[in-house]
Ligand binder design. Structure first.
Ligand SMILES: Nc1ncnc2c1ncn2[C@@H]1O[C@H](COP(=O)(O)OP(=O)(O)OP(=O)(O)O)[C@@H](O)[C@H]1O
Ligand SMILES: [Mg+2]
Length: 345
């Protein structure tokens, strides 16, 4: 752990932060201070849509780079969402833990989909918290920068890096907060606990100022709320209004609240996870437009948990919501990056 010793003084810590920050402007964190709000669904779909865009760019002869998706949570549900759970590369998070806490090589699973790489999460991530806390007792803030330093070294290889982390493990969450530049917070439930979860994120952003002065919430997105004739219902409007009050109290702009939202579709969301397909992939498969890379034939049409075939039109509607969501997030991130670059130069 010799690298920590050189970093413990406040000046050195600040030097390190200043050095890594410009290399992390393509890092988007998906988090909220409460479990089960759709972080992994959001992280996976955002990453997949961004990867599809890069694949398209490459097909047009334009420059393209892959996306890296990293889930820090110990449930490692993204392994299900991207169909690598229990497969030959699933090490239950061991390699990732070793890279972050013990200087072991940082490995990623390449091409989990075209233009999409991922780190493998799993139960080992549950030990991140204890390991980082232990290091932090000796080296104060420096250990929280471990992920930031790892990502800063490889960020030039990626168009975007998306990290998904939860509030449960405070130290692990700090790793994510130190590494990301832009935060997206998903809200799935209409209750006050979800809104409280958002307040937690807002507080954390100011708490981590020392190790990440550039962190900011770019978007608060909603998923799992009904759409009637393409529009939000009063249920979502009530939640939006409460969030706007909270933002005002925290001195944040209500502009971060996204206008559009991901429609309620529990059975499709379950089908995505059970079939190991992001929403757009599920839609393509449901329309027999997703080819098996080995046989060149369409993959079998996916089914809901009850055995019925996924309806192609409904699957495309959900995929379209994620496309709109992704465009909106990237527009916000790009304009924030322009501001950040302006401040530096
Ligand atoms: N559009 C949707 N409509 C309804 N339910 C949805 C929708 N999208 C996702 N869900 C459901 O929301 C639940 C939580 O999603 P997810 O696992 O992404 O949350 P999370 O914040 O990562 O949870 P955890 O804190 O456990 O890691 C899942 O059961 C998922 O099926
Ligand atoms: Mg999750």
């Amino acid at each position: 752990m010799s690298q920590f010793n050189a970093m413990t003084t406040p000046d050195r810590l600040q030097g390190l932060v200043t050095q890594v920050r410009p290399h992390l402007r393509n890092v988007i964190g998906v988090t909220i201070g409460k479990g089960g709000e759709g972080k992994t669904t959001t992280g996976v779909n955002l990453s997949f849509m961004l990867a599809q865009e890069q694949e398209y760019r490459a097909s047009q002869g334009l420059p393209a780079k892959p996306i890296l998706y990293a889930e820090l949570d110990s449930n490692g549900n993204s392994r299900m969402d991207l169909k690598i759970h229990g497969g030959q590369f699933d090490d239950d998070g061991e390699a990732f833990l070793g890279a972050v806490t013990e200087d072991k090589p940082f490995t990623v699973l390449r091409n989990v989909r075209p233009y999409l790489d991922m780190t493998i999460p799993g139960s080992a991530n549950g030990r991140l918290n204890a390991e980082i806390s232990r290091l932090a007792t000796k080296h104060v803030q420096a250990p929280y920068l471990m992920l930031a330093m790892l990502l800063a070294q490889i960020s030039h290889l990626y168009a975007w890096i998306v990290i998904d982390f939860s509030p449960g493990d405070e130290s692990a969450q700090r790793l994510g907060l130190a590494a990301a530049t832009h935060l997206v917070a998903p809200v799935k439930n209409a209750d006050d606990a979800s809104i409280g979860g958002l307040a937690t994120v807002a507080n954390l952003v100011s708490e981590v100022r020392l190790i990440n002065p550039e962190l900011g919430i770019v978007a608060i997105g909603f998923l799992g709320f009904r759409k009637v004739a393409g529009e939000a219902t009063s249920e979502l409007e009530v939640v939006r209004a409460k969030i706007e009050v909270l933002l005002e109290q925290a001195g944040l702009s209500p502009e971060v609240v996204m206008k559009d939202h991901i429609r309620e579709s529990r059975n499709l969301a379950t089908a995505c996870r059970n079939n190991g397909m992001p929403a757009r992939e599920l839609a393509l498969a449901a329309n027999e437009m997703l080819m098996d890379t080995e046989t060149g034939e369409p993959v079998p049409r996916p089914r809901y948990a009850n055995g019925r075939l996924v309806e192609p039109d409904r699957a495309f509607e959900l995929a379209e919501d994620w496309a709109t969501f992704t465009r909106d997030v990237i527009t916000r991130v790009a304009s924030r990056n322009a501001e950040l670059q302006g401040v530096v130069s």
